[in-house]
Design a protein around this ligand. Sequence first.
Ligand code: KG4
Ligand code: ZN
Length: 319
Amino acid sequence: MEKTCILAIETSCDDTSLALAKNNKLIKECTLTSLNEHCKFGGIVPEVAARGHEDSIAKCLKKIISDTKANYKDITHIAYTSHPGLPGSLHIGKIFAKSLGSLLKIKLIPINHMYGHIFSFGINQQKITYPFLSLVVSGGHTTIYLVKSAINIKTLNQTTDDAVGETLDKIGRELGLEYPGGISIDKAFNKSKATFKMINHYPVEQPFSFSGVKTHILNYLNTQKMKNRQIDKVSIASSVLEWITDELIRKLTFYADKYKINTITIGGGVSANKCLRAKLNQKKWKVILPELSYCGDNASMIANYANLIINKHCLSDKK
Ligand code: KG4
Ligand code: ZN
């Protein structure tokens, strides 16, 4: 296995995250977020996120270097998130990586953010067994992948409209819950109160769609408001989460059966959700969950994936 010291940079959305990993072992991560700045707008403001990265990126690097006492000349690779993400945010990370790379004469590795999430369950673990299905659920993405190796990744299904996190955030905002709505709805969830009438589930073979469930709830809330009627926030939040997680499990079951796959992994901000985790664990699958600290955006997952592709020749040894 090639000896590596990877500096990873993740700036796809509102979190500025840098990490240092030596020979596939995570040494240190530093993450600063601009989330508080976005709360007052009820959603991520791209311009504010980009300015947050500009303020934080050098601070994260300084902290990592001083805490680990690492020497710049030991760094063998700089991995940075190249896509997908907010263009202004990605640009700050890329320019920082390029400048540092050219100053130190270090190789750059552009990393797909989604692949970082797919393999986030494996950070600091040696075991990866292929093939597996990966469900990545975040603020911007809802995708099921068939993963045969670190470089053989096929998209099986993805949302045609809103992502799960985005749907929860929008419904949470209309319910008057604290931003981000995904976290508030997770906290409010009470299975016995999931009795609000929801729309029918979509046929399993169809692409994910979440705009219908959002419209269903927003129409109901508007009608109640016009009629000056009370709403039961916990019942609505619980019913929405129950419907969404059922939809995710239904499609995962369809693909697990179709491709005869028994190992299921998840990633992305929504993979921290307790209701989703509980439903996955009820199935007869081998379910591998990422640590809660690696569900949201983080540079450790970028370092982890960079390490996998650098050492791709030894992937089959990782059993
Ligand atoms: O992966 P992430 O940090 O950023 C993106 O790449 O989008 O995901 C953020 C999303 C937000 O929509 C947030 O509401 C949602 O993840 N989220 C959750 C939970 N924690 C974060 N949704 C449901 N339950 C949670 N515990
Ligand atoms: Zn993400």
